[in-house]
Design a protein around this ligand. Sequence first.
Ligand code: C5P
Length: 426
Amino acid sequence: MAGNGLRKEHAGNVRKRVLLIIGGGIAAYKSLELIRLFRQQAIAVQCVVTPAGQEFVTPLSVAGLSGERVFTELLSLTDEAEMGHIELSRSADLLVVAPATADLLAKMAAGLAGDLASTLLLATDKKILAAPAMNLRMWLHPATRRNVDILRQDGVVFTGPNEGEMACGEFGPGRMAEPAEILAAANSLLETDTQLPLPAAAGRPLSGKKVVITSGPTHEPIDPVRYIANRSSGAQGHAIAHAAAVAGASVTLISGPVAIADPAGVNVVNVETATQMLDAVTNAMPADIFVSAAAVADWRIAAVSPQKVKKSGQQAPELELVENPDILKTIATRKKSRPCLVVGFAAETFDLIKNAKQKLTGKKCDLVVANDVSTEYGVMGGEQNSVHLITKGGVDSWPLMAKSEVAVRLVDVLATMLREKDDGMS
Ligand code: C5P
């Protein structure tokens, strides 16, 4: 512990409070600049420096810059009397982990709580922003990739790492985001409500319900080595599957080819083409809720070449396309055992609401989640999403938020709609 006595009151108006956890990495020196930037914007910063972090920055310099007492140890009776670890983790509006080392990310993903930093990260009821920094091989290691996927699904938001030369002389992704970038990401999170609901507080509203979700792109083969696809990462659909499982549903996720991890507690069926996706969805019926989050290719090649198509002179090959089945509409118009709720997605680059309303009626859905996928918003493959929920009753526009949060809130809405329908029937 460093600094004198309890938290000092800041001069001027403190707009927000951040708890900054400084892990052990060469990038820790940038966190000193980050503290300065936060304070310039009237954001108070309480810091925790891990034992490894103390090898790179001293608690004394952190206390000097933050103007607050710095915490370093989990078990301190004095601290528990003055400010317990639970209060420490909850008194902030946002937790920022910078640098977020491979070790810290692994602890967070596993839910470990053997030291102060990991305990605070597990006990918090606020959003977490992580700025990873590590050697590029550590960042690219399958274990770290898995941990990052799990943390994203748990709602952790990432900024960076950036590509560049590393302290160890190698070049690639692993450099911590610059302090100004971390500040911008924190400010964007602080603009919305950073309070997280208690995971079990709302009970398990989808307990006993079956949810089928499609996610990711479909790949439509041209020949054995080429295919038509789209840019869907599967992040939003997978997050919805995870949120539905957390809400107690039995979830079948039918996924096109994606590079992200399977969500925990979900039955995953992997497919490639739209036709295979339709078969898998039909096999997974009946269900209480069907969410069609996949970006299904509208067309496939009429005659897939059994051999690799070769260049022949100047003539480019002509690809004849046939329309794929509309999985969403097929399920929404089932005569027998139609799911109680059918949810479609409308990813548009213009006339978003108009197109989404047409999809609601045209595809006979109960709800359409519309999102603007123009490149300027970075939704495709990004971490955040700005959605509008369209029902017969009207349009509900949500602010920009993490895809994991869209998922949790959407599952909440679906649980309420399902309950209302069930009540209406009884
Ligand atoms: O018509 P459009 O492709 O824009 O519609 C998007 C919605 O329809 C999404 O929910 C998508 O999953 C679903 N869809 C489908 N099968 C298709 C095309 C789209 O289920 N062949």
